[in-house]
Structure formats: C-alpha cells, structure tokens
Write a protein that binds this ligand. Sequence first.
Ligand SMILES: C[S@@+](CC[C@H](N)C(=O)[O-])C[C@H]1O[C@@H](n2cnc3c(N)ncnc32)[C@H](O)[C@@H]1O
Length: 230
Amino acid sequence: MPDHTVSRLLGWEDVYIITTRDGSDTLFSRAFDATYHSIYGAVGESKHVFIQNGLDSHLPLDKISILEFGFGTGLNAFLAFLFALRHEKQVEYTGIEAFPIDFKVAERLDYPAYLSFPEERDIFLRMHTEPSFVLESFEFSKKSTFDEVDKSSLFNCIFFDAFAPGAQPELWEQPVFDALYKMTAGNGCLVTYCAQGEVRRRLIAAGYNVERLAGPPGKREMLRGVKISA
Ligand SMILES: C[S@@+](CC[C@H](N)C(=O)[O-])C[C@H]1O[C@@H](n2cnc3c(N)ncnc32)[C@H](O)[C@@H]1O
C-alpha cells in the first residue's frame, strides 16, 4: 500500500479553474499535470460515471454508503448529496483526499449554481471546511488518507476517482483494489472512469465481476466492478 502521508492545501499557485465543454468548471493540477474531470464535461462525466452507473444501481436500498477515493473539488460528493435529496434516501459519504484544495478555490467553483441548487451552496462549502457533519438524509465525512478509513467498513458504492494511472500509478496497484474489494458490500460496486485493460484485469483479480460500460462524452468506455453476493 502506498504511503499517503503528505497532506497540504492546494492554492492558486498549484491549480487553476478551466471551463469544460458542457459549461461546468473543473481544476487543472500543475503538480499532477492532470485535470480533475474530463475536459468534455466535468458535471456530465461525474453524473454519468458515478451517479448513473454507480448510485442509481443501488436505488432499491433505503440507505447507501459511498466511499470516494479522491474527494477533489467535492463535485461527486455534492452530487451524492443531491441524489439523497431527490430520491429521499439516507446516504453516508466518506471521501479521501490527501491534497485538499484551498477554501478560496472551492468558493470559486460554482457547482451548486451550475446544478441549479444555489440554495445548497452552504452544504457544498461545508464539505471543504468540516471533516464531518450530519444532515437529515446525508452524512458526510472526509479522511486524509486511505489508511485512516476503517478497513472493516462496508460500502455499497465506491467512487474510484484517482488521477489517471499514468499520473499516479501507485494508486492503481493490485493491493489497493484487493483492499477495496474487501470493503465492498455484497452486490456493491466500484465505478471508475478509467477503462484501461490493466485496471480491468486488476479489478477482476481482486474479485469483482467487471462490466465495460459506455463512457461519458469523449470516452468510449468506463468500468464497473460488482461484488456478487455468495
Ligand atoms: C481526479 S481528482 C478527483 C476529482 C473528484 N472526485 C471531484 O469530484 O472533484 C483526484 C484526486 O485524488 C487526490 N489524491 C491524489 N493522491 C491521493 C492520495 N494518495 N490519497 C487520496 N487522494 C489523493 C487528488 O488530490 C485529487 O483531488
């Protein structure tokens, strides 16, 4: 398991905002030389990969627990919160982020307005300032490292949203997926925007039943690994 001990705030010298093709914003990280979302549409990608192909398959459950590897801008976390509101579900979200963005950067990302929920801006900003909080239908918590997550926890849906294997190969190694498989509840899934063959093979080796699904705009495929209950 890689050593994720470094944690520092990313300010304007480290990241800058870019507008993607669906009109929603994302960040470009100078340190990782990578964008936080697809340039073909940040919100479009997040909704397609993590909500429609991840959370929606758990709609029959009243309570859904999510683990996200790479909290980043908080876009996926905010979409998970909106999912809880829309479907009247209990959602428990745990995000992992080793390099949190500066609050001023978060303030400039206007996802609540873009998603037509400007009245929920305060919730979006709390995700960046508070390590945990509890609302009526949504529980939020954030850890700095994967090692801090209780390995006996079980999650219905894992959002695997690390930077691409080329940028951070250590996060896509077999031991990471083996650990995540153990933390996936029966019939739970791991979804990722990445469709590389090597990643698919590692998910299969970890135990997942892996499907190649149509990708978001600009990407042919994405992956979903399902843990089939015995
Ligand atoms: C593709 S971005 C995530 C985008 C995010 N899901 C969103 O909705 O904005 C990848 C994230 O992983 C974080 N990261 C990089 N190394 C990490 C590590 N070792 N542990 C946890 N997070 C890490 C980066 O700082 C970045 O925020």
